[in-house]
Design a protein around this ligand. Structure first.
Ligand code: ADP
Ligand code: LRH
Length: 494
């Protein structure tokens, strides 16, 4: 039997999965799961504790080796994916300059507007095809290299850019720690704002113009690694990693390292289906053969992120289950005990629907902390009096999320000229039956839910194809997904 290990880092948890693949089916065995979330450092900045993630990864790889040995599985590859846009900076010695910032850190407040004054949004869109998000890597870099405080060769900021010799996106950073080799995988690189969506290469035009915004960023071009496509062998486990994990000289492959790209690859899309990759974010859209770079598309804030096999993920970021999860986190802190999520969702299902819809995509919901109050205030601004129950607030959030997804599907359909016939919901949120039902009703389309671990499955299947255990294009990979998981269906009307 052949196995591939997916290291899948989500904003709420990291996991290490052993995928056992026989060519027609793939079984995922969870070998490690560790919590994740933004951490506030002693200067108030939101960062990721990558050392804790690394410990979880090493433990998970060791368990994957044990499971593989017990089951007589030969591990033939390891692939890493994570959320997009965030990066680590390496110094001249190859050491991390600091823990990577979390994209929710407010250091990017106002930065995009400043950049757009010199490089208009339309000029960006014509090249990178990205929706406006305040935290795109490009804006984080400008924030980090800002003038004003001391310490950076680039002229100030947090002083970290001035020490940097290399920029690695988070999955590429982990791949570097595993192999010693530095690359930039292209699906995730497409979220940086620095890539040309048509040529799938770094955009010299945007890099040059960015250097005019912040002279310190003139060095950026030399700090970006060589691009690789999913399926490339990046290297092999370093001796010290082999020792720590008990694994042999296993190859580490580039996968579709943007978690959403792996999730879409494993969404069993057929016909002209839309998808919702539902987790911390809801990524809502279509898979297309080429980017849509029209003015209408830009005005509607649709993104053209790069997908597997030359595809484009034409989608919009909807704020996602982050809003609900942050409420749950606040309520658990209030109670001093965990909140029963399935119980809360069951109670929300008995609440009357459609009391009101809040704009979940408002920037006001981006930062962590005190989410129940912020949602309640948004409801109050609509002049609605909501019963003072958690389930009532949860229902408003889910109604609003479903409506935002339905709106994004309708707009993507019209902008891309695709008549959508179904919606595939994948990721952790596909377990949320109420949200799936509400999405089907709001979109007026059947919803097919699953797989829950679409990202890990997409990661594994790209590796399996790269070494020849699975063959064919995206359709063939999706046939393997259909044969491997149970999907749940929701009708378009209740
Ligand atoms: P990420 O990769 O962004 O961390 P996941 O795909 O792991 O996200 O999904 C996490 C989400 O799944 C959480 O936001 C939570 O709301 C939802 N979820 C997890 N378990 C359940 C469950 N049993 N029922 C409903 N929703 C769930
Ligand atoms: C989802 C995701 C999404 C990005 C966001 C930063 O995990 O990768 O696609 O926009 O995180």
């Amino acid at each position: 039997m052949t196995g591939f290990v997916a290291v899948d880092l989500g904003a709420t948890s990291g996991r290490v999965m052993l995928g056992v693949v026989d060519g027609r089916r793939a079984e995922l065995v969870e070998c490690g799961r560790f919590p994740n979330g933004p951490v506030t450092d002693d200067r108030g900045a939101l960062r990721w504790d990558v050392q804790a993630l690394w410990r979880g990864i090493v433990d998970g790889l060791r368990s994957a080796g044990d499971v593989a040995r017990e089951r007589g599985v030969e591990i033939r590859g390891i692939g890493v994916d994570s959320w997009a846009v965030d990066y680590g900076l390496l110094d001249a010695a190859g050491e991390l300059v600091a823990d990577p910032h979390c994209y929710r850190d407010p250091r990017t407040d106002g930065v995009a507007d400043e950049v757009y004054r010199q490089i208009p949004f339309a000029d960006h869109y014509a090249v990178n095809g990205l929706q406006h998000l305040p935290f795109t890597t490009e804006f984080q870099l400008v924030a980090g290299a800002s003038t004003g405080s001391a310490g950076s060769a680039g002229g100030g900021g947090d002083g970290e850019w001035g020490k940097a010799e290399q920029l690695l996106l988070l999955p590429d950073l982990v791949t570097y720690w595993l192999t010693g080799r530095r690359v930039a995988e292209v699906t995730n690189a497409s979220t940086t704002g620095l890539l040309d969506a048509r040529s799938r290469t770094w955009s010299t035009e945007l890099l040059d113009r960015l250097a005019a915004v912040r002279p310190g960023l003139g060095a950026l071009r030399d700090r970006l690694p060589e691009l690789v496509e999913p399926g490339a062998v990046v290297g092999h486990l370093l001796p010290e990693v082999r020792e720590a994990t008990g694994l042999g000289e296993v190859p580490v492959l580039a996968v579709a390292s943007h978690d959403t790209a792996s999730a879409v690859a494993a969404a069993p899309l057929g016909g002209s289906a839309a998808y919702v990759s539902s987790g911390t974010w809801s990524l809502v859209g279509l898979e297309l053969p080429a980017p849509v770079l029209t003015e209408a598309s830009r005005a509607a804030n649709f993104t053209n992120e790069l997908g597997l096999d030359g595809t484009v993920r034409y989608l919009r970021n909807v704020m996602g289950l982050w809003v609900l999860d942050e409420c749950v986190r606040a309520w658990a802190a209030e109670d001093g005990a965990p909140v029963d999520l399935p119980g809360l969702l069951a109670a929300a299902a008995t609440e009357p629907g459609g009391r009101c819809l809040v704009d979940v995509d408002g920037d006001e919901f981006l930062a962590p902390g005190d989410m129940p109050r912020r949602v309640a205030e948004a409801v109050a601004r609509l002049g609605i009096e909501l019963p003072d129950r958690r389930s009532a607030l949860a229902r408003v959030i889910l109604d609003s999320l479903a409506a935002a997804s339905a709106r994004a599907i309708a707009e993507a359909s019209s902008l891309a000229g695709v008549v959508v016939d179904a919606v595939h919901v994948v990721g952790g949120g596909s377990q949320n039956e109420l949200l799936c039902r509400l999405t089907a009703e709001a979109a007026g389309l059947p919803v097919v839910a699953g797989p829950v671990e679409a990202t890990a499955l997409g990661n594994v299947l790209v590796q399996a194809r790269a070494v020849g255990v699975v063959s064919g294009g995206l359709t063939a990979l999706r046939d393997v997904v259909r044969a491997s998981v149970t999907l749940r269906r929701y009708a378009a009307v209740s």
